[in-house]
Design a protein around this ligand. Sequence first.
Ligand SMILES: CC(C)(COP(=O)(O)OP(=O)(O)OC[C@H]1O[C@@H](n2cnc3c(N)ncnc32)[C@H](O)[C@@H]1OP(=O)(O)O)[C@@H](O)C(=O)NCCC(=O)NCCS
Length: 140
Amino acid sequence: MTTADADGMAAVDEICFAVPWSKQAFYDEAENELAIYFVARDDGKCVGYAGFWNVSGEGGITNVAVLPKYRRRGIASALIGAMIREANTLSLGLLTLEVRRSNAAAQSLYKKFGFEIIGERKRYYSDNREDALIMTLRLG
Ligand SMILES: CC(C)(COP(=O)(O)OP(=O)(O)OC[C@H]1O[C@@H](n2cnc3c(N)ncnc32)[C@H](O)[C@@H]1OP(=O)(O)O)[C@@H](O)C(=O)NCCC(=O)NCCS
């Protein structure tokens, strides 16, 4: 991503998440040296994105999102593949993420790439106090 992607990513977030990030958050991510994001575009327009923070040798995935109209075409899979390749290039030990317990679609996506459920965070999400499952993929 570059700063030019921030508005488009925020627009995707607004549609995809109950508690979306602000536009400013995406501008901050563009400047964040620890953050690595990939953007899917259709005719220049952002239709999906995914990214992680490179912290202490581990990649913490912040978000994966694809606009509803573009789903089930392998876009999230392409974004996750790009993150895994980048994490391997950076010699990270693992990728980790939190996902809502009810989000079967995302869990199934991550499992396809070998992510495993290793724990949970009770009442993690602020909007409905839903639990998060912690999923990780060991690399290297
Ligand atoms: C989860 C999400 C990113 C998937 O994006 P996508 O581009 O449609 O995913 P892909 O086309 O690469 O799907 C890959 C696999 O994921 C699984 N999957 C994706 N959507 C699914 C659904 N609605 N139901 C069940 N499995 C699903 C399937 O195993 C799918 O493989 P298949 O199409 O061969 O069956 C998208 O639905 C989304 O943005 N959801 C809202 C935001 C969100 O929940 N993000 C994850 C936060 S942790």
